[in-house]
Design a protein around this ligand. Sequence first.
Ligand code: ZN
Length: 188
Amino acid sequence: MSNTHECTLCGSSAVHATTYSDTFIHRGVETAVDGLEVMRCDACGEELIEADQARRNYRKMVDIGRTVDGLLTGDAIVHLRKRLGLTQQEAAELFGGGPNAFSKYERGDVVQSIAMDRLLRLVGSFPLLLDWLRAIAQSDAGLSEVSDGRWSGAVPVASTSERGLMFSTAFKAQSIASNVSYPELEAA
Ligand SMILES: [Zn+2]
C-alpha cells in the first residue's frame, strides 16, 4: 500500500485507510464482521478498496464461513501447525493436500476438506501421532501391508505412565521414540 493517495472522484489527497463493519451470511447464518478495510476520501466520501485490503476482507469472510461450517480458521491452522513445530512444507508432506496446501489453507485461498480438518485436530490433540505420520510419509510400504483391516507394518503401543501417555511405534523394525511434548495429557 502506498502512502500517497488521491481520490479518484474529487482529486483530494484526504484519502486514508479505515475500517467498517458489515454482516455476512453463510449457509443462512448471519455473522457481524468488524475490521473490514477500505480507503475513504474525507473530502467527498468516496470509498475504494485496494487489492491487499480486498484480500484481507475476503479472508475474514472465508474464516467466518469456516467457523459456521465447524472448520478451523486460517489463524487456528497456523497456530496448530506452529505448535507442532512444522513448516508449511513439512505440514504438507505429512498431512497431504499438495505442496502449497498449508499456505493456501492459512491464507484462506483454499478451504481444507472436512477430512483434513479432522486429521489436523486429531494430531493437534495427540501430537505423538506426528511420529507415526512421519513413518508413513517416509515409507514406501504404502497400503500394500494392509491385511485383515489392519496395517501390519505399524503397531502403535499405548500405555499410561506418571507423565501421561507413552506412545511408541514399531515400524519396519525401526523403533521411533517421540520427542513431542504432550502438555494436555501431562496436565490431566
Ligand atoms: Zn474525494
